[in-house]
Design a binder for this molecule. Structure first.
Ligand code: GAP
Length: 503
């Protein structure tokens, strides 16, 4: 069996992630809850490592700018719940919605812009869910008694259809035509009430993006830190969207994590910074070891732009070739030119001045903002998809080739047998390494089974203590990716590991 692709790859990956403790369905013992996922012991390690890498490269050691000077970016951690007026000002109460259609017959609910519509000569139209083109083609062929090409599909057409045209649509799985309701706008924000008396006046929202917490603290940061324009404010944290159709595993969920940075600059320099950050972010994802041809930069069309990006100069997405979009690509990160939209809005609604005063030029202005916004949990999905591999020459062929620096478990230590002094040496090595690395000691089962467990967890190195160790103080180290083994001195294992994990 070679490495599977498409839906087969997703099935195998989801099963492995469940079996090994990367990702579990939330509330599984109660039958789960659509759009919510829990991260298990390996998953949370991987997620935290990706988050820490982003934080390091964004806040602690940001890149050099186009002129070779170090950039200045600070971090914050804002509340998930803010004053609801903030979400009115940001445009989310009025405009953060998706068009939604229901099928009266099957009771399924779809995002109207995620339904493909098949157009053919007789005027009959079929709707199919995004990502199910293969199924759609088969069904269309059966009904029309002729083959249909992918070019016959028009994406998102449903949004623009008149009601009489909707009457001619066969919805996915429906037995008769015309069961889809006209699209309705559906606000994606989760609401809650604050305080014990919680009436309509106490409604508050769970943040749908981490970005607004940054805009709300713009003045505080400028007043308390030594930042000078251009500079950035970064934040990592949970965001919540009541997605109409959460799907594709952790790709689109209702609770997820974002890694966002707002780059405040002079309006005249915004175009330069937009280009700079677009290229930087693509290069960053590549630097994690994601294959270059699985990543692209794609500019948004005018009709795709989010409400906040309309006043800016556009949005570029870093896209990845997911197994469920293959051969096409899907969003991983957006780099948006938000212009002065957010600060102007908050200035107007709060009546607090959010201008910047440049002491050198004596100029006062509302900065423009370039925003690289990525999904942390979506990034985890990309790392998992990219890592999954099959090597038939191994007794247990599934391997997670997670970038070594992001691996949840960094090394395993195996005494070959539980006798002849080997467990004691293993224990001593384990106690030394655990001070600096995430290591696991495993004494059970055959050595082949122990290697297989670690291959599935993505552990880069396994050190085995054997008969020779007792004699010459060397251990065998097996490399996850090649399966090659070599001997290294016991007292240089830490150094070996340090170098290997950094590579
Ligand atoms: N502040 C801008 C903003 O939130 P976005 O394109 O809506 O822009 C940024 O979101 C990133 O957050 C996306 O590129 C994606 O990686 C991630 N994201 C958005 N919605 C998501 C969802 N429902 N589930 C998982 N990740 C999501």
């Amino acid at each position: 069996m070679s490495r599977p692709t498409g839906s087969e790859l997703m099935e195998k990956l989801v099963a492995l992630c469940k079996r090994r403790g990367f990702v579990f369905p939330a509330s599984e013992i109660y039958g789960g809850i659509n759009g919510f996922w829990d991260y298990g012991p390996l998953g949370v390690q991987l997620k935290n490592r990706l988050r820490d890498r982003w934080w390091r490269d964004m806040v602690e050691c940001p890149p050099l700018g186009p002129d070779g000077h170090p950039l200045s970016i600070v971090g914050i951690d804002s509340s998930i719940i803010q004053n609801p007026k903030a979400w009115v000002a940001s445009g989310h109460v009025g405009g953060f919605s998706d068009p939604m259609v229901d099928c009266r017959e099957t009771k399924a609910r779809y995002r109207a812009d995620h339904l493909h519509v098949l157009n053919h000569e007789t005027g009959e139209r079929f709707a199919f869910v995004e990502g199910e083109v293969e199924v759609a083609l088969k069904r269309a062929k059966k009904v029309l008694k002729r083959s249909v090409s992918e070019e016959d599909f028009e994406s998102g057409l449903l949004v623009d259809l008149a009601e009489e045209e909707l009457e001619m649509i066969w919805a996915p799985g429906a037995k008769e035509r015309g069961t889809l309701t006209p699209p309705r706008e559906f606000n994606l924000m989760f609401s809650t009430t604050v305080g014990a008396t919680g009436g309509d006046d106490n409604v508050a929202y769970l943040r749908p993006e981490t970005a607004q917490g940054i805009f709300l603290n713009y003045k505080n940061v400028v007043d308390t830190s030594r930042v000078r324009i251009p500079f950035g404010i970064a934040q990592v944290g949970k965001a919540f969207r009541n997605e109409v159709t959460p799907r594709n595993y952790i790709f689109r969920s209702r609770e997820f994590e974002q890694m966002e940075m707002e780059w405040f600059c002079h309006p005249d320099e915004a175009a330069k910074w937009f280009e700079f950050w677009s290229e930087q972010r693509l290069a960053w994802w590549r630097s994690l070891g994601i294959q270059a041809d699985n990543l692209v930069l794609r500019e948004h069309d005018q009709d795709e732009l989010a409400h906040y990006a309309k006043t800016g100069e556009g949005t570029v997405d870093v896209e990845y070739r997911y197994p469920f979009t293959d051969p096409a690509f899907g969003e991983l990160e957006g780099v948006a030119h938000r212009g002065s939209f957010d600060l102007e809005q908050h200035q107007e609604h709060s009546k607090v001045k959010l201008q910047y005063f440049d002491p050198q030029t004596q100029e006062r202005f509302v900065p423009h903002v370039i925003e690289p916004a990525s999904g942390l949990t979506r990034g985890v999905l990309v790392i998992l998809c990219e890592a999954y591999d099959v090597d038939e020459s191994r007794p247990s062929p599934e391997i997670m080739r997670i970038p070594k620096s992001l691996a949840p478990i960094q090394a395993a230590i195996f005494p070959l047998v539980a006798k002849e002094g080997m467990p004691d040496i293993a224990e001593k090595l384990y106690l030394e390494l655990r001070r600096e690395f995430v290591v696991q000691m495993d004494v059970k089962q055959s050595i082949g089974k122990r290697y297989a467990r670690m291959d599935e967890a993505g552990t880069p190195y396994c050190f085995t203590i054997d008969g020779q160790t007792v004699e010459d103080q060397t251990v065998t180290v097996r490399d996850r990716d090649t399966g090659d083994q070599q001997r290294v001195a016991l007292d240089s294992v830490a150094e070996f590991l340090r170098a290997g994990l950094a590579s």
